[in-house]
Ligand binder design. Sequence first.
Ligand code: GLC
Length: 579
Amino acid sequence: MRREDAAKAAPVAPNGDPRWYKDAIIYQLHVKAYRDGDSDGYGDFRGLLDKLDYVQSLGVDCLWLLPFYPSPLRDDGYDIADYKAINPTYGTLDDFQRFLDEAHRRGLRVVTELVINHTSDQHPWFQRARTAPRGSPERDWYVWTDDPNKYAGTRIIFTDTETSNWTWDPVAQQFFWHRFFSHQPDLNFDNPAVLEAVTDAMRFWLDMGVDGLRLDAIPYLVEREGTNCENLPETHAVLKRLRATLDAEYAGRIFLAEANQWPPDVRPYFGDSDECHMAFHFPVMPRMYMAVARQDRTPIVEIMARTPEIPPDCQWAIFLRNHDELTLEMVTDEERDYMYTEYAKDPRMRINVGIRRRLAPLMGNDRRKIELLNTLLMSMPGTPIVYYGDEIGMGDNVFLGDRNGVRTPMQWNGSWNSGFSETDSAALYSPIIVDPPYGFQGVNVMAQERTEASLLRWMRRLIAVRKTTQAFGRGRLEFLHPLNRRVLVFLREHEGDTILVACNLAKSAEAVQLDLSRFAGCTPLEMWSDQPFPPIDETPYALTFGPYGYYWFRIRGDAVADGPGAGVGALEAGQGGGA
Ligand code: GLC
């Protein structure tokens, strides 16, 4: 489909359901890091197109692409210099359209980035603003001051590089406001022309047919004196305007909120189903790691208890790792110290308020722990996001600057440049991981395709099993509270389909007794094998686990054992308080 013809076309809807995002499994990748189709050392849309068979083989149904717009790449593309074009290193608009159409043809949806809090200082809007006279409409596109003590109650996010949210601009002869790097000036959303311009950018990509937009860094759109300049009502008003445009003009498309905040502060980003469809659940992420390190389910149970209900159309997005540091902003000081001690002993592993490592190294490359965390990812409430490379257990490189150590080239095979690029190794945008045990000669897609017990093949199976029920994406959550806190047990229930998830967070073998009396007469079917476990009766139900062991059971009434979830009544109240 040509670009003009794509305008306003509804994206292909594999199941035709406007709430598709509730059942989705998202795969996050950087075009730059995936596959180099023109041998210049950078991944591109041609390369990605060639790898769609692989993406599809994972069983995921949605791709989230990191920014691919023209940019000086000082923040890996989150510093945008032109909202309506493709960075030539990654291809052309036609390449993008070809990729998008092919993804849609395969039933894969595509979510891209809408980074509107800030631009690059190279963006023509900023260049125009700094040269325009003070008080002029052009200057007013960004946030300026003569007094850098303004908005003093605002925290600094990139604590390793920035000492202030204001930077002096010698051309403008004023300070400009930036919540991130000092080369990323924040746009001024008090200026209606700015909202109009970013709405225009949003329409551009929706017209091409993208299925959703991740709204980057949205808590910081508007500033007000005397506040911390986060989550302000004026910011929510901007989001409601964008959503109104989306709903009026584009059916079935979604917003995914990046709001790294505590659950009560994230809740308003769903609004009354009139802001974002999805939002990342930042606080539960470090707590999954904490629960495993402490061998205690309490951190997970507690944060979910503090997670407010969200409107029925809305959905959490959950993740283990992404392109950024494993953020520790949403934990207490004590918990942060604990996480650093457990997971970032080497100071090089730390950056800003977080840890720059990938999943496999964080888990000490222990396959049992990697599996355990992935089963949590796939069974906790929300839509799971898998970060590229984590499906094969890729490692990281803490010697690269910023967060680049978790953005190294995808490891396809054991040959030249890991099958990522045919160019000289020295020309690659980043070195490939070479050292054992994560080096590309050992950890790569091809090797794992050929090995029955590989992590890759296990991940495919995990995703396939998850997709046998809508309860994980849509179901309600209820924790059980057995005495042994090393074991995490919860139920997910949706329209009569009841799933029991039980996992051992400890490195030791464990046993647990569950009160499942409400299911007396039912049989748990182990979901990976479809094998029945002993039937449930009124007495405590015993389960034993090897280290880091896990089970997913479908609870099924014996009398009607031939339909998924058949015969299972509604869940009753929980089993008392405590974690
Ligand atoms: C978001 C992105 C991060 C980027 C920042 C500033 O937090 O995830 O990678 O550096 O925004 O644009």
